[in-house]
Design a protein around this ligand. Structure first.
Ligand code: A3P
Ligand code: MG
Length: 264
């Protein structure tokens, strides 16, 4: 494929960070094109975006890493696919369009493309493109998290379905809530000093958090399940309903609050 604005870097052949970054970037370009030229709206625009980014990413991963398995939000996984994925040493975990709702609300910027690589038990590379910003955050060039510029703690939450327990947590920490779309955008908001923590429970899948968590870890942020346990990827059941991503100094208080009060 040669019709991308972002050319394929030569070292993408051997460097998974570089390939992840390029994949997320070109899928983001494709989404911007669908958004601006398809003439579609609402559900049709969401479906067209999901499909276009998914098909492109499946094709490009098959071309550039033909021996690896893929877990994508938009792929229907057969029993055979699952067996192969669980036996594979390398699995690309992909959300072709995260924040689908916000993608369809032009000109919102809070939607993303997630591309992560899991290898032998852990996330080893990842990239989160925020195409409307022209940025792809990645594990190859880790973000340097600046000191917080806010006196009050800021907690990123879903703008369409903020979990009730996060409102209680905010009260406890005297924090403010910062609503936005997309799990990737919320995770990156912590690294970019737009928020200080992203705390979620109640439902999500591995593809919603894999790439953002890889990028957050590379930037030195704390990541875990809400009970403080490890986030595990490439599991048989890919439902991964909760997570915390925060500045390391906030982790203990957030985990302690959830342990004491739960998430219901
Ligand atoms: N309770 C829930 N159950 C399942 N998925 C959820 C969820 N809450 C959030 N998500 C998923 O997490 C992503 C971010 O959601 P939000 O913007 O509300 O925080 C969305 O991904 P998609 O856009 O890829 O579907 C959404 O589907
Ligand atoms: Mg998602």
């Amino acid at each position: 494929m040669s019709d991308f604005t972002a050319p394929l870097p030569a070292d993408a052949a051997t460097d998974d960070h570089v390939l992840a970054t390029w994949l997320a970037t070109v899928a983001g370009e494709r989404l911007l094109e669908v958004r601006s030229t398809s003439g579609l709206e609402g559900k049709e625009l969401k479906d067209a975006g999901d499909q276009a980014a998914h098909e492109l990413l499946m094709e490009l991963v098959a071309e550039h890493r033909p021996d690896d398995a893929v877990l994508s939000e938009e792929a229907l996984e057969t029993a055979e696919d699952k067996t192969a994925r669980l036996r594979a040493s390398r699995v690309w975990i992909i959300d072709p369009l995260d924040g689908t709702r916000e993608f369809s609300e032009v000109p919102r910027e809070d939607w993303a493309v997630h591309v992560a690589l899991w290898q032998d038990g852990d996330l080893v590379a990842g990239a989160v493109a925020q195409p409307a910003l022209g940025e792809t955050f990645n594990t190859g060039t880790p973000l340097v998290v600046p000191p917080s510029t806010s006196e009050r703690i800021r907690i990123a939450v879903s703008r369409s379905r903020p979990p009730a327990f996060v409102e209680a947590l905010a009260k406890e920490l005297d924090a403010e809530l910062v609503p936005m779309g997309s799990a990737g955008v919320k995770v990156l908001s912590v690294a970019r000093d737009i928020s200080d923590a992203y705390v979620h429970a109640g439902g999500q899948y591995e593809w919603d958090s894999a790439a953002p968590v890889a990028v957050a870890r590379a930037a030195g942020l704390f990541t875990s399940r809400v009970d403080g346990s490890e986030l595990k990827y490439n599991q048989e059941d890919v439902y991964l309903p909760d997570l915390i991503v925060c500045r390391p100094e906030l982790a203990e208080r957030i985990v302690a609050f959830v342990k004491a009060h739960g998430t219901d």
